[in-house]
Design a binder for this molecule. Sequence first.
Ligand SMILES: C[S@@+](CC[C@H](N)C(=O)[O-])C[C@H]1O[C@@H](n2cnc3c(N)ncnc32)[C@H](O)[C@@H]1O
Length: 372
Amino acid sequence: MRFTDTLPTPTAEALAHSEQLAGRIRAAMTANGGSIPFHEFMRMALYEPGLGYYVAGLRKIGKEGDFITAPEISPLFSQCLANQCAQLLAELGGGHILELGAGSGVMAADMLLRLEELDCLPQRYQILDLSPELRDRQRQTLQARVPHLLERVTWLDTLPAEPMRGVIVGNEVLDAMPVELFTLVAGERVIRHVEILEDGFGLVAVDGAYTSEYNPALPGWMRSMADTLEAGALLLIDYGYEQKDYYHPERTQGTLICHYQHRVHDNPLLYPGLQDITASVDFTAVAEAGVDAGLELAGYTTQAAFLASSGLEELFMQALQTTPAAQYKLAQQVRTLSLPSEMGDRFKVIALCKGFTSELVGFRLANQRHRL
Ligand SMILES: C[S@@+](CC[C@H](N)C(=O)[O-])C[C@H]1O[C@@H](n2cnc3c(N)ncnc32)[C@H](O)[C@@H]1O
């Protein structure tokens, strides 16, 4: 991944698509008196029906897409998560798994295979994504990888009506939620708006030197998660910080970044619908929203520590192939997932539980919930 100020030029077809979405955004701005809050811009850019980045048919995740995620890097990631889910399902006496934002379906396939190996399959593996277009891709992955388990998988349009026992899991879902951008003016948060410029979009000017963001939907979303869970855990993995680091005085430009064809840059107003826009996660806010919604903060740690606690080394030893090339590849995957300079420290895992009081295996080595 490269940080850059030069991006590949989109194709004419992609530009036409983006212009269609830009037209809809301009209409929303005009209807709102000339501008919309940044979070509304981000919502439209990512999720506007039929046109937004996550809901139009572009290939986003993986080598031909814009970015790559942990389950795509190595099956070991999903196998470790499955180990954690197995503990929960076993102690709950069975239950379901609900995966939010399931991407290509690769995490579901690897988790199901590991859970089968552990003789701890969930009654149902449910998938809920804001991107209905990804369903076909997920079904193809599961059909190819786990055809014998496909009947256990169901796709949902909304959260289950009846509270469930089991695990709700989401990798890199929180960072894909629209955030509100603000600038501090005389110590007060002034919400930033986006307006129409001659050659695109721009932020309405505000005089202040410290800009950051927050997720305005978090409290409501967390309440719906708590209502969905009768007993079990909500497990979320994402990149982010504790609040004191998130709003560190030196982080004067916030955490928003954009991905376009494996390039990283910091202009979210470019090419609406063609690029990913994402913000790091404020894990203190996540924990507080969870506790306010009636969940218990059971665990918080780095991805590296979570994987180590969840049996990464054992899984790695089991998976070692005989050829040196395969061994090298697997070792590289472990490094990418675990090294502090790669994903190991930047990504965190948080667990919020309901009606489940045992210590979670994934946090045994290093539970850092006191830091939130
Ligand atoms: C960055 S992708 C991650 C995909 C996958 N989990 C992975 O690790 O490869 C984020 C996904 O979360 C989905 N998403 C965002 N907000 C969501 C929500 N509130 N509920 C369910 N899915 C959501 C998006 O549609 C998108 O598919």
